[in-house]
Design a protein around this ligand. Structure first.
Ligand code: HEC
Length: 153
């Protein structure tokens, strides 16, 4: 008898905490939904952002700093002091960004980065990045170079 079986099933559902289970399911589903809304925090990214804030860098300068560490600091040194690992092999040596007068000129710096130091009548030792980096990345680098050049210490 189908009907009796169906009713019995329902009674069983209510009696054995089926309803509680149902409520639990709704809460769980709502919980899952909420977890999706904010992007999961990435501890590595948080650490990098915190470090940038303490270093007093803007977002663009922070991005430039990452790129600088990847492409430039081997010659220029992390802080642009001209003391990178490869600096002693270079003649002329990479200048100290913090004391260089030309570093104050953003258009000049952008040109050196995009077209290489030869483009401004210097040696060809600082490579041209215009073809291997995006325009936005070059702007980030200009921002970071500017931050380094304006550093007091
Ligand atoms: C292979 C070593 C090397 C790498 C890599 C390198 N540079 Fe250079 N850079 C130099 C040298 C050497 C000079 C000085 C050239 C000269 O005076 O003839 C220089 C000069 C410069 C200058 C001009 C500085 C001033 O005082 O006017 C800027 C700006 C610069 N580099 C930015 C960068 C950036 C940004 C990167 C990375 C995207 C980079 N360089 C990568 C070696 C390097």
């Amino acid at each position: 008898m189908k009907n009796t079986h169906g009713f019995g099933g329902f009674v069983g559902f209510v009696r054995f905490g089926g309803f509680g289970g149902f409520v639990g399911f709704v809460v769980l589903a709502a919980g899952c939904h909420r977890a999706v809304a904010p992007p999961p925090s990435d501890p590595m990214l948080d650490a990098i952002r915190a470090e940038e804030r303490t270093a007093g860098l803007s977002y663009a300068e922070g991005q430039g700093r990452q790129l600088f560490g990847q492409y430039c600091s081997t010659c220029h040194g992390d802080e642009g002091k001209g003391d990178g690992q490869n600096a002693s092999n270079l003649n002329p040596a990479p200048p100290d960004f913090t004391t260089s007068k030309t570093m104050k000129d953003a258009a000049y710096v952008r040109r050196v980065i995009a077209e290489g130091s030869a483009a401004v009548g210097r040696s060809p030792l600082s490579p041209p990045w215009g073809k291997s980096l995006r325009a936005q990345e070059i702007e980030y680098l200009v921002a970071y170079c500017h931050a380094l050049a304006s550093k007091k210490s």
